[in-house]
Design a protein around this ligand. Structure first.
Ligand SMILES: O=C(O)COP(=O)(O)O
Ligand SMILES: [Mg+2]
Length: 221
């Protein structure tokens, strides 16, 4: 990747697929929900493609891809998903290799860090606590903090405003992160190991790819 330098005042991290491998918990929760509703299970690769735009979209995809559900059934399914996820969230989730070193190094440089995720706050904060990542973040912006989610840029604008910075680098794993950053006028790097809704990550327009979060360190001025 090119030796571009990002002279930024803060770093914004996506959560699912970027900091934490939460897919096993999301998969287990989706299948607990489907079983309770008398529907067939989905395999983990399918669920990987469904993650990225928040829980209502994930559940809608689980209930409608290759099958059918009414709006009322989807609403009910979201409540079932949330009930199971409250128990399963964090049990099998693991911090990706290189993430802790990266957060430590950025903290040592005095760069404020924010977590900007489409996951609802009720699940974001416990997951950050359970994985030991919470202390690194000066700010957490979740999928229900504002009326809109990524790819809308509002969450990123909100994060910069709350951190009191004019510039930030976004690090994410999907087109939702890249589009939000672009619309907010911020540089964005994508990790290659995350969940990108079935899109090959190297086809998503961004400022560079990271096979390990530590690769961002030399790129930050
Ligand atoms: O909740 C999701 O669907 C994705 O969450 P993320 O924004 O942390 O990747
Ligand atoms: Mg993500």
């Amino acid at each position: 990747m090119s030796a571009a330098r990002f002279a930024v005042e803060a770093v914004l991290f996506d959560l699912d697929g970027t900091l934490v491998d939460s897919l096993p918990d999301i998969h287990e929760t989706a299948n607990r929900m489907l079983a309770e509703l008398g529907r067939p299970p989905r395999d983990i690769d399918e669920i990987r493609r469904f993650v990225g735009r928040g829980i209502p979209t994930l559940v809608t995809r689980c209930m409608t891809v290759g099958t059918q559900a009414t709006d009322a059934e989807i609403e009910a399914a979201i409540a079932v998903f949330r009930r199971h996820y409250a128990v399963v969230n964090g049990v099998h989730s693991r911090v990706f290799p290189g993430v802790l070193d990266t957060l430590e190094a950025l903290r040592a440089r005095g760069l404020p860090l924010a977590c900007v995720t489409n996951k609802p706050e009720a699940f974001t904060l416990p997951l950050l606590e359970r994985t030991g990542l919470a202390p690194y973040f000066a700010l957490v912006v979740s999928g229900d903090t504002l009326p809109v989610k990524k790819p809308d840029p509002a969450m990123l604008h909100h994060a910069c405003e709350r951190l009191g910075v004019a510039s930030a680098l976004m690090i994410g794993d999907s087109a939702n992160d890249a589009l939000a950053a672009r619309a907010a006028g911020l540089p964005v790097l994508l990790v290659t190991y995350g969940y990108s809704e079935g899109m090959p990550v190297d086809t998503i327009e961004c400022d560079g790819l990271l096979s390990d979060a530590r690769e961002a360190l030399p790129l930050l001025a």
